[in-house]
Design a protein. Structure first.
Ligand SMILES: Nc1ncnc2c1ncn2[C@@H]1O[C@H](COP(=O)(O)OP(=O)(O)OP(=O)(O)O)[C@@H](O)[C@H]1O
Length: 298
């Protein structure tokens, strides 16, 4: 089976120039994550290598249970204590801990207070999260700017809402959660399934807002999101793809080269089919073929 090089290389100067520019170039090398369940350890991630660049969005995709959240948590330093991690995770080429506010993690569940409005949620978070070196009015200004960046200006006075009290839509809640996490202008943003539970239009709106953040405020963020079955429009908002199956890398590289990679390995994407559906179907359906595919490409 023919294979192409799915592992793009990091150019020598990229990590050091990211450090000079005060952005984050995240690299992981031969990353293993094992969980201890009784007598035997089970490898959830098996020797993953990749990177995420400033100014780009990386999608982590794969079938349910393949290890997407585990990879995201390992990169964010949020693995739970029962797991063991081996391998290197480097920031701008070095092993280092990130300063407060450098990175943010948006979880799948929106941890919002139902009785607050959008503006109250963001203003209060700004007062609590932003450094004391910022004045009250600077914090308020930052909160307003961030609300606009996430396209929530028309819902400023809408309550979050919950059971029995309708408030924000699911997509608006997700954008509010992101809004709160990006208040401190993190250079590295992790999102765990930011579109889960949303319809395709709301998903597109959420990811488009995330994708446009870098253009709007000029901060070249490094953005990594795990994502389930994105529509074609959502899929094409990402720059790079990390495709996993059973804890192993199926593909890592530019999104634009993934079709060619699958085609040259005997799995061309049918015309008019959403490529992300095709990739996930291929991994799920042809399990034995994919095992052989993994062996040839690793
Ligand atoms: N702490 C843990 N203890 C035991 N097993 C774990 C633990 N964390 C993850 N796993 C197992 O590792 C595998 C990968 O889990 P993970 O949540 O990373 O998958 P996922 O791709 O994010 O799944 P989904 O798309 O369904 O959310 C699963 O089989 C899960 O049961």
């Amino acid at each position: 089976m023919e294979s192409i090089d799915s592992k793009p290389r990091v150019s020598a100067g990229e990590s050091s120039s990211a450090a000079a520019e005060n952005v984050v170039f995240l690299t992981w090398k031969d990353l293993w994550v094992t969980v201890n369940n009784g007598k035997n350890g089970r490898s959830i991630l098996q020797g993953l290598t990749g990177f995420a660049r400033p100014g780009e969005l990386l999608a982590i995709m794969g079938p349910s249970g393949c290890g997407k959240s585990t990879l995201l948590n390992a990169l964010a330093g949020r693995l739970d204590p029962q797991t063991r991690q081996v391998g290197d995770i480097l920031i701008n080429g070095h092993k280092q801990t990130m300063a407060y506010g450098t990175s943010a993690y948006v979880t799948q569940d929106d941890a919002l207070i139902h009785t607050l409005t959008v503006s109250e949620s963001v203003y209060y978070s700004a007062q609590l999260r932003l450094p004391d070196t910022m004045s009250r009015s600077e914090k308020k200004e930052r909160a307003e700017m961030t609300i606009r960046e996430m396209g929530l200006q028309n819902a400023m006075n809408t309550r979050v809402g919950g059971w029995g009290a309708k408030g924000l839509s699911g997509g608006e809640k997700r954008r509010l959660s992101i809004c709160i996490e990006i208040l401190a202008r993190p250079k590295l943003l992790f999102l765990d399934e930011p579109t889960s539970g949303l319809d395709s239009a709301a998903s597109y709106h959420v990811i488009r807002k995330i994708a446009s953040l870098n253009q709007r405020d000029g901060v070249r963020r490094t953005i990594i999101a795990s994502i389930h079955q994105p529509s074609s429009e959502v899929f094409h908002l990402f720059h790079n793809l990390f495709l996993l199956s059973a804890g192993q890398t199926v593909y890592f590289g530019a999104l634009s080269a993934a079709n060619q990679f699958f085609a040259s390995n005997g799995f061309p994407c049918p015309t008019l089919q959403n490529p992300s559906d095709h990739f996930l179907k291929t991994i799920n359906k042809d399990f034995d073929k994919v095992r052989c595919f993994l062996e040839t490409t690793s």
